[in-house]
Ligand binder design. Structure first.
Ligand code: IMP
Ligand code: MG
Length: 180
């Protein structure tokens, strides 16, 4: 079985949108410092590129979670594998994610972060699959692209840990569909 990746959003479009989001975030946070929190590993490529387009002061911290069950959808039970290094109390937190699918991961993260008393907390995601949402109360302030329900890779997103380094967003397909 071999996999094929076809381009869904080309590199230039991704970069253009990242620049737009960076400009918008810079305006919204004028005079403040943003505590950017990356959800590893998928969010890391987007967060690094986005941070470079933000003109207000920024700090970065990283969180690693795993959702039980594996496969291509999350189970809703989220485990913290690596917590933040710094306190977020009184900070203006921007959570940066690669993609919001069911919304379960972010819904869980929001719950635990809110208990830590940040000054504010907002979500920024590169991709959003609104059709797949099962947790409706996840409010996303900054969203790069809404995409249909395809499994995508690239720009941080993986299939079986691969393809994170692709500079574009691609859709993965399999030559021998029966072998899946
Ligand atoms: P949620 O909890 O269902 O919103 O899951 C979000 C997480 O599932 C993302 O942070 C990704 O790590 C992963 N994910 C969801 N859809 C895709 C996809 O199309 N490609 C790669 N990873 C995905
Ligand atoms: Mg992720």
């Amino acid at each position: 079985m071999s996999e094929k990746v076809s381009v869904l959003i080309p590199e230039e479009k991704v970069q253009q949108r990242v620049a737009e989001l960076g400009a918008q975030i810079s305006r919204d946070y004028e005079g403040r410092t943003i505590t950017m929190i990356c959800v590893l590993k998928g969010g890391v490529v987007f967060m690094c590129d986005l941070a470079k387009k933000i003109t207000v002061p920024v700090t970065m911290d990283f969180m690693s979670v795993s959702s039980y069950g594996g496969g291509t959808s999350s189970s809703g039970i989220v485990k913290i594998v690596k917590d933040l290094d710094q306190s977020i109390e009184g900070k203006d937190v921007l959570i940066v994610e690669d993609i919001i699918d069911s919304g379960r991961t972010l819904s869980y993260l929001l719950q635990i972060f809110k208990k830590r008393k940040p000054n504010s907390i907002r979500l920024c995601t590169l991709l959003d699959k609104p059709e797949r949402r099962v947790v409706p109360d996840v409010n996303v302030e900054y969203s790069g692209f809404q995409i249909p329900d395809n499994f995508v890779v690239g720009f941080g997103l993986d299939y079986d840990q691969r393809y994170r380094n692709l500079p574009y967003i691609g859709v993965i397909s399999f030559d021998d569909e029966d072998a899946r």
